[in-house]
Design a protein around this ligand. Structure first.
Ligand SMILES: *[C@@H]1O[C@H](CO)[C@@H](O)[C@H](O)[C@H]1NC(C)=O
Ligand SMILES: *[C@@H]1O[C@H](CO)[C@@H](O)[C@H](O)[C@H]1NC(C)=O
Ligand SMILES: *[C@@H]1O[C@H](CO)[C@@H](O)[C@H](O)[C@H]1NC(C)=O
Length: 229
């Protein structure tokens, strides 16, 4: 019974208070409400659209700016590259604009010939020490593939001095001459004087080649690929 009374009390007290505000003008209130709601919805949608548009515009501006920056940098690099090629590779003898397509560079004191750089020693060392020195210069003793290259080395070296080449005797069933890059010697290129045997290395003197003891001390030439700009 106590519970029933409490329920009735609550019912009586609550019903009028909860109904009273909405009961007097139900129709007016609801129309104002929908109007305001529509207005709010429209405003919300507009705001959202405006936000979206500004975000899109901002993104487009940033993209455009980045694109401009990138193409600007590319353009700057291209003109710098042309400037470098012109000042480092242009020569009056080179065919028109050839230096732009084929700009090969060697370090200071190295001579460029057909895409390779050559350096000539003043000291004398054994074949192994000479090869080590070339390795320290990121190069090797010369591996000669054609007559022009052979003539070029003859041209840049002194007539009376002997220079090690990257050619040594290797034993596979018999002693044969092998370039340090693994290719065999083309007999037409060099007529080697002296036998291929244990500890035989090849040196060149005024365009001629001969077999020597690898521990003999001679000058040497180093060779490496030119840098292409
Ligand atoms: C050494 O030479 C090779 C090609 O000949 C080149 O790729 C490399 O970058 C060079 N390394 C150095 C340290 O010069
Ligand atoms: C070697 O030198 C001769 C005479 O100076 C020259 O005619 C020839 O073109 C040169 N060859 C090379 C490959 O440098
Ligand atoms: C070359 O000579 C060294 C010592 O002088 C010897 O140990 C080696 O077996 C020889 N190699 C050949 C293939 O004869």
């Amino acid at each position: 019974m106590v519970g029933g009374i409490t329920y009735a009390d609550l019912n009586i007290q609550e019903t009028p208070s909860s109904l009273s505000p909405s009961v007097p003008h139900p129709s007016e209130n609801s129309s104002v409400c929908t109007c305001t709601q529509r207005y709010r919805t429209a405003l919300g949608v507009s705001c959202f659209v405006i936000l979206l548009l500004s975000a899109a515009v901002t993104i487009l501006i940033i993209w455009g700016f980045q694109g401009y920056k990138t193409s600007g940098t590319d353009c700057f690099l291209a003109s710098e590259m042309l400037h470098l090629k012109t000042s480092l590779c242009y020569s009056p003898n080179s065919y028109a604009a050839d230096y732009v397509k084929d700009c090969k560079l060697c370090p200071q004191n190295w001579k460029l010939y057909k895409g390779k750089c050559y350096w000539v020693s003043q000291e004398r060392k054994s074949w192994t020490q000479s090869q080590d020195d070339c390795r320290a210069k990121n190069s090797t003793l010369p591996v000669i593939q054609d007559v022009d290259q052979k003539t070029f080395i003859k041209n840049i070296t002194q007539k009376s001095t002997s220079y090690w080449l990257g050619l040594v005797a290797e034993y596979s069933e018999r002693w044969i001459w092998k370039w340090t890059d693994g290719s065999p010697l083309k007999e037409k290129l060099f007529a080697v004087s002296g036998p291929a045997g244990n500890n035989s290395c090849i040196m060149t003197k005024d365009g001629e080649v001969s077999s020597e003891d690898c521990s003999s001390l001679y000058a040497w030439v180093c060779m490496k690929k030119a840098f292409t700009l």
